[in-house]
Ligand binder design. Structure first.
Ligand code: GAP
Length: 439
C-alpha cells in the first residue's frame, strides 16, 4: 500500500511536537531560530536512521570501516581542504529593510522578497559558512578552531592511519556518522536545513581508472537504500549537477532528490572527489597520502567516490512519506507507515486492563521483548485509543494481553497497517514478532 504521504509540512511538524519527536530548541525561552531538539521518540528514530545506514554501508560489507573523528579541527585542515577559501555562499543585504539573502536563491535578483524594494541589494559578498571559535581558557589568546562543516575531512586526514591499522586496500571505504555545522544564511523547512545537523558520509577510495564505475555503483546503491526503507520510488530521483553547481572539490555529483511538499530537493549527494582531498592534505601536511599496490608495484593516489547523506533530512523524508490518514471501523486515524527498522518502537505491550491480575504477565512479556527490541508499555485508556496512539507514532505491532491470556497462555498481535489481529502462544511470541518485523 502506498501511503498518502504528507502534503503539508505542518502535518509533520505538529505530529512531531505532539508526540515527542521534535521540539523547537530552547522553547521555554522563545525558541532559537531553525534549531531543534529531538524528544523521546525522535531520538530513537534518529538512532534507527543511523543504524539503518551503518548496517548495509559498514556491517554487511567487508570493504568499509567506521571511524568517529573530532568535531573541532584546526584551521590547517580547512586551509588544505579549500573550505576556508571556497566554502561560501553569496550574501546580499537589502539596504531598505536590512534583510539578508543568499543571492543564488532569489527569484528576482532586483526585488527584495521581504519588502518589495527594487534595486535595493548590495553587491554580493562571499560569506563563509564555517563556525569559528577559540580553544583555550583566555579569551582572545586562544587558537582559532572550526566546527567541521562536513564529516568528510576526518576520513581524509585519517587515511594513512586507517590504511595502516585496518589492512584494507583500494577499493575500500571509510565511513562516519556525526554532527556537522554550517552557518546557513537561509535555514528552514523544519529539520531540512539547520545550522547544526548530522551527516552519514563515506569516502570510497578506488584506483583512479575505476572512478566512473564506482560512481555509478554508489549512485544506484544509495538511491535503492531509500526505496528499501519505504520511500516510494516515484518520490525519488537522481539528478546530476550542472557544472555551475559543483562543489570546489567535485568532478561530478548527482543528488538523490526527494519530492518534499515544497518540490524536489536534495536528500543526499554522491560526489566524485577525485584525488583532490588526499593531494591537498599531502601537500599541506607534508605526509604521504597514497597507496602502494604490491601486485602491480605501482604507487598512486586513490580517487574518491563520496555518498553523503543527512540523518535529519532523511528522517524528514521518511516521516513525510510514511504519513497517512485512513479510516478504521468508521473512525479516522493518523498513521505513520514507517519501515519497522525506522519505527521508534517495534512493539507496544498493552495489558487490556490496568488490573493487577494482568500486570505481572504483561510485564514479563515486555521484559522478554525488550531484550531484542525497543518497546513501549501502555496500560491506560481504552484499547482502541492505545492502538491509535501507537499507529500515530508508527509502532508496527501491538501485543495485547487479556484475561484469556492467563488461561490459554496466548496473546493477540495486532498489525499496524492491516489492523489484522491474530492469537499466538506466548512461547512463540518472540519468533512471531521477528517473522513479522523481518529481523
Ligand atoms: N561531504 C559532502 C557534503 O557535505 P553536502 O551535499 O553539502 O555534501 C551532504 O551535504 C548531506 O548533508 C546533504 O545531502 C544533506 O542531507 C545534509 N545536509 C547538508 N547541509 C545540511 C543542513 N544545513 N541541514 C540539514 N542537513 C544538511
Amino acid at each position: 500500500m502506498i501511503p498518502m504521504a504528507a502534503t503539508d509540512l505542518e502535518q509533520i511538524v505538529n505530529l512531531c511536537k505532539r508526540r515527542g519527536f521534535v521540539y523547537p530548541t530552547a522553547e521555554i525561552y522563545g525558541g532559537f531560530r531553525s534549531s531543534y531538539d529531538y524528544g523521546p521518540l525522535g531520538s530513537l528514530m534518529l538512532r534507527n536512521v543511523r543504524e539503518a545506514w551503518i548496517r548495509p554501508m559498514v556491517q554487511q560489507r567487508d570493504d568499509v570501516v567506521l571511524i568517529d573523528a573530532a568535531i573541532l579541527a584546526p584551521p590547517a585542515v580547512f586551509e588544505a581542504s579549500g573550505h576556508l577559501a571556497n566554502f561560501t555562499d553569496p550574501l546580499v543585504d537589502c539596504t531598505n529593510c536590512k534583510h539578508r539573502f543568499r543571492e543564488d536563491t532569489l527569484e528576482d535578483p532586483n526585488t527584495c522578497p521581504n519588502c518589495g524594494a527594487k534595486g535595493s541589494f548590495t553587491e554580493a559578498r562571499a560569506f563563509n559558512l564555517m563556525f569559528k571559535t577559540e580553544a583555550g581558557p583566555v579569551e582572545g589568546a586562544g587558537s582559532t578552531v572550526y566546527l567541521r562543516p562536513e564529516t568528510a575531512q576526518g576520513m581524509f586526514v585519517n587515511f594513512a592511519n586507517v590504511l595502516q591499522t585496518s589492512r584494507k586496500r583500494p577499493p575500500f571505504g571509510i565511513a562516519q556518522v556525526g554532527k556537522s555545522f554550517r552557518n546557513e544564511i537561509t535555514p528552514g523547512n523544519f529539520i531540512f536545513r539547520t545550522r547544526e545537523f548530522e551527516q552519514m558520509e563515506m569516502q570510497f577510495f578506488v584506483p583512479p581508472a575505476d572512478g566512473p564505475k564506482w560512481y555509478d555503483y554508489w549512485c544506484a546503491t544509495r538511491l535503492q537504500w531509500y526505496i528499501d526503507l519505504g520511500i516510494p520510488a516515484e518520490s525519488l530521483r537522481l539528478r546530476p549537477h550542472d557544472a555551475d553547481e559543483l562543489s570546489h572539490y567535485s568532478a561530478g555529483t548527482s543528488d538523490v532528490e526527494f519530492l518534499y511538499p515544497w518540490g524536489w530537493g536534495e536528500l543526499e549527494g554522491i560526489a566524485q572527489r577525485t584525488d583532490y582531498d588526499l593531494k591537498q592534505h599531502a601537500a599541506h601536511s607534508g605526509q604521504r597520502l597514497d597507496y602502494f599496490d604490491p601486485t602491480t608495484n605501482e604507487r598512486y593516489v586513490p580517487f574518491v567516490i563520496e555518498p553523503a547523506a543527512g540523518v535529519n533530512r532523511s528522517m524528514a523524508a521518511f516521516l513525510l512519506s510514511a504519513y497517512d490518514e485512513d479510516e478504521v471501523g468508521g473512525e479516522s486515524r493518523t498513521i505513520l507507515r514507517l519501515h519497522p527498522r525506522l519505527a521508534p518502537y517495534k512493539v507496544a505491550v498493552l495489558p487490556l486492563s490496568k488490573k493487577d491480575a494482568l500486570s505481572p504477565l504483561a510485564r514479563k512479556i515486555y521484559a522478554t521483548l525488550t531484550e531484542r527490541y525497543m518497546c513501549d508499555y501502555e496500560d491506560t485508556q481504552s484499547i482502541g485509543k492505545r492502538y491509535r496512539r501507537q499507529d500515530e507514532v508508527g509502532t508496527p505491532l501491538c501485543v495485547t494481553v487479556d484475561f484469556d491470556s492467563l488461561e490459554d497462555g496466548a496473546v493477540t498481535i495486532r498489525d499496524r497497517d492491516s489492523t489484522e489481529q491474530v492469537r499466538v502462544p506466548i512461547e512463540s511470541l518472540v519468533n512471531e514478532v521477528a517473522a513479522r518485523l523481518g529481523f
